[in-house]
Design a protein around this ligand. Structure first.
Ligand code: HDE
Length: 675
């Protein structure tokens, strides 16, 4: 892909390979091993300017990590709209299907520090910078469509509560502690979002397999000045997939970089990572038609009531060259918009409009972060902003003010026909007041709707998540408050959890909320969403007993559906099979684990039953598909799992072993197994 952003970035890259070592000023350096000394055993001399420069730079090479979303990973790509959206917006990149807009997308966890594990229970950030011809547009969203709070002023409190507790800096990257749940119980607007965070949505299998949401209600404005309310969605083309909690815990140890590695490797392999852009549109005339306030960020618009129109595609296909320069220095801002896209009075969104630039001023060291290569727009910028730390532009001429005559009144404001941005002229009236609108006060209906929309398995996972989290809370009072709060969402949930955390649930007389409010939105269930096997990863256990003639057809079936595999064995290196085939063992029982794979094929390895049995059993206990080539099936019988769902035996599946296994991979889990 070649486009102006790529060319621009190319211009900034430093290619050091094959070059002579120099100081920052370009002076060639003759030694990089010893400081300058008075005598070989003598004191170091301060006049060693190269040593001073090297050490000074090192001493200053850390910048503050993001106060939230510190741990992130990003990739380049492009976006294209399928057909013109001129009926809704005048944003050029959304009106012309022939325009390919370069993008940079950063995924992140929220609570953990930069060095925390990828697989933690958390919301994931999903932020995309579109380098459009009209300026940078940032869609700074999450993988969940709602948020914890309704008003930006509460954000610092919420983050203080979820971050490690200040007196002992524990726990890292986890919400399972007192202050988080204390905040929840004392800010009941969190109820709906908590249901999401306790669900498997907080445990994505991959950034490539999760949805994204703009969360807030934005406005689209067309050329005629007509406005529509809009919610933005990203729908992954690979389908949605999550992991399970126990698996996540192990992954964090085996590979804390699990998600970034997955994204990096798939892009390196040329597997494009794609999401479709979806829009939910509500005409201005229907603003008050709903049972909730459409400006409330703790509410979603059920897809069954307001369908998602699929309008374009985001493709991520190029890894960064340098994580610091790109992923770390990228500065997203929900306030970066282009003509045709505008804000609404969502009080959470309004709070964000202040925060992003403010935090970047300190994180990126001053007001010129927009000049960093990753943040530069592809269109030129002209204004009278000047100076500041790290200024890179050399502004020419004597004028740096508006209005002037010496520069012929330029740079001058653009007219609308010249593409100037005009804020939507909404009529606003009201008393100046610190309060919440009554229409924002129902905190539980949609939380119950979320519960009602889950499959039994998903409900069980939510119950277990609440049980885990609340059992880590030390304060009985906080536990009690949370149980009382979620009794407004589901009796089934609180009865289960309260029993396991030793709290008396006193409201048994009350009618179950889920029986009073039966609304459900099937689109919310991950379990029931369309699945795919593409680019999932399986382990194939082999040894020198493997038969190429049996394994190859299975591999052909995997390759056809782009299922990835790695050969696992007792030791690294090549094995020769009995038919003369040569196979390379890439991982061993000692350095890998079933938690890192989506399924297992047994094609050897029975000579080490003590190694292979735990591998098989764990795959089985994680409900993941298993297949066995014919001569190894006895181990399934020995383990008493041969007849269980999702366990495929070549003796009965025959030529279909590979394709049946692929189908099983797409199904992901077989919950109805006997454990
Ligand atoms: Fe953020 N958020 N946020 N946020 N947010 C930041 O900006 C903030 C909110 C989101 O990969 C910070 O540059 C406030 C909702 C993402 O670089 C900070 C409020 C959503 C990212 C900030 C919110 C988000 C951030 C930290 C409530 C989903 C990472 C560093 C009013 C729609 C972007 C930075 C990246 C980052 C403030 C709420 C998403 C402090 C005040 C809602 C994906 O400015």
């Amino acid at each position: 892909m070649s486009n102006s952003k790529d060319e621009q970035l190319e211009h900034y890259k430093a290619y050091d390979e094959g070059k002579l070592l120099t100081t920052n000023e370009g002076l060639k350096v003759t030694d990089d091993e010893f400081t300058l000394k008075a005598g070989v055993r003598g004191p170091t001399l301060i006049e060693d300017f190269y040593f001073r420069q090297k050490m000074t730079h090192f001493d200053h090479e850390r910048i503050p990590e993001r106060v939230v979303h510190a741990r992130g990973f990003a990739a380049h790509g492009h976006f294209k709209v399928y057909e013109s959206l001129a009926r809704y917006t005048k944003a050029k990149f959304l009106c012309d299907p022939s325009i390919t807009t370069p993008v940079f997308t950063r995924f992140s966890t929220v609570a953990g520090s930069k060095g925390s594990a990828d697989t933690v229970r958390d919301v994931r950030g999903f932020a995309t910078k579109f380098y459009t011809e009209e300026g940078n547009y940032d869609l700074v969203g999450n993988n969940m469509p709602v948020f914890f709070i309704q008003d930006g002023i509460k954000f610092p409190d919420f983050i203080h509560a979820v971050k490690p507790e200040p007196h002992n800096e524990m726990p890292q990257a986890s919400s399972a502690h007192d202050t988080f749940w204390d905040f929840v119980a004392n800010n009941q607007e969190t109820a709906h979002m908590i249901m999401w965070v306790m669900s498997e949505r907080a445990l994505p299998r991959s950034f490539r397999m999760m949805e994204g949401f703009g969360v807030h209600t934005f406005r689209l404005i067309n050329e005629q000045g007509e406005a529509h309310f809009v919610k933005f969605h990203w729908k992954p083309l690979l389908g949605r997939q999550s992991q399970i909690w126990k698996e996540y815990q192990k992954v964090a140890g085996y590979d804390p970089d699990f998600h970034r590695r997955d994204l990096w490797e798939n892009i390196e392999m040329g597997n494009v990572v794609e999401y479709e852009l979806g829009l939910q549109i509500i005409p201005e005339s229907e603003e008050f038609k709903f049972s909730f306030d459409i400006l409330d960020a703790t509410k979603l618009w059920p897809e069954e009531d307001v369908p998602v129109q699929i309008v374009g595609r985001l493709t991520l296909n190029r890894n960064v060259d340098n994580v610091f320069a790109e992923t770390e220095q990228v500065a997203f801002h929900v306030g970066n918009v282009v003509p045709g896209i505008d804000f609404t009075n969502d009080p959470l969104l309004q709070g964000r409009l202040f925060s992003y630039t403010d935090t970047q001023l300190i994180r990126l060291g001053g007001p010129n972060f927009h000049e960093l290569p990753i943040n530069r727009s592809v269109c030129p910028f002209h204004n009278n902003f000047r100076d500041g730390f790290g200024r890179q532009t050399i502004n020419v001429g004597q004028v740096s003010y508006n209005s002037n005559s010496l520069f012929n009144h330029t740079p001058r404001p653009a007219t609308l026909s010249e593409g100037g941005y005009e804020h939507y002229q909404e009529k606003v009236e009201g008393r100046v007041i610190k309060a919440r609108a009554d229409s924002f006060k129902d905190h539980f209906s949609q939380a119950t709707m979320f519960w009602n929309s889950m499959s039994n398995i998903e409900k069980q996972q939510i119950k277990d998540a609440f049980t885990f989290e609340l059992s880590k809370v030390k304060s009985k009072s906080v536990q009690q408050q949370v149980i009382t709060m979620f009794a407004n969402v589901s009796s089934e949930l609180v009865e289960y959890v309260s029993e396991r955390i030793g709290i008396t649930y006193v409201d048994k007389q009350k009618q179950a909320p889920e029986k009073q409010n039966t609304k459900a939105s099937p689109a919310l269930s991950v379990d029931q969403s369309p699945k795919s096997a593409r680019t999932r990863k399986v382990a194939i256990v082999i040894s020198d007993t493997v038969l190429s003639s049996q394994l190859q057809p299975v591999l052909d079936a995997l390759n056809k559906e782009m299922v990835q595999y790695r050969f696992v064995g007792e030791r690294l290196g090549n094995v020769l099979d009995q038919e003369g085939g040569e196979w390379m063992i890439q991982d061993t029982f000692f350095n890998t684990d079933p938690c890192l794979f989506d399924g297992l094929i047994i094609a050897g390895g029975l000579e080490h039953p003590q190694l292979i049995k735990p591998f098989i059993l764990e795959t089985y206990q994680q409900y993941k598909p298993l297949a066995s080539l014919q001569q190894y099936e006895e181990i399934l019988t020995q383990l008493q799992i041969a007849d269980q769902p999702g366990v495929i035996q070549a003796s009965s599946a025959g030529k279909k072993t590979g394709s049946k296994f692929v189908e099983a991979i797409a199904q992901q889990r077989f919950w109805n197994r006997t454990l």
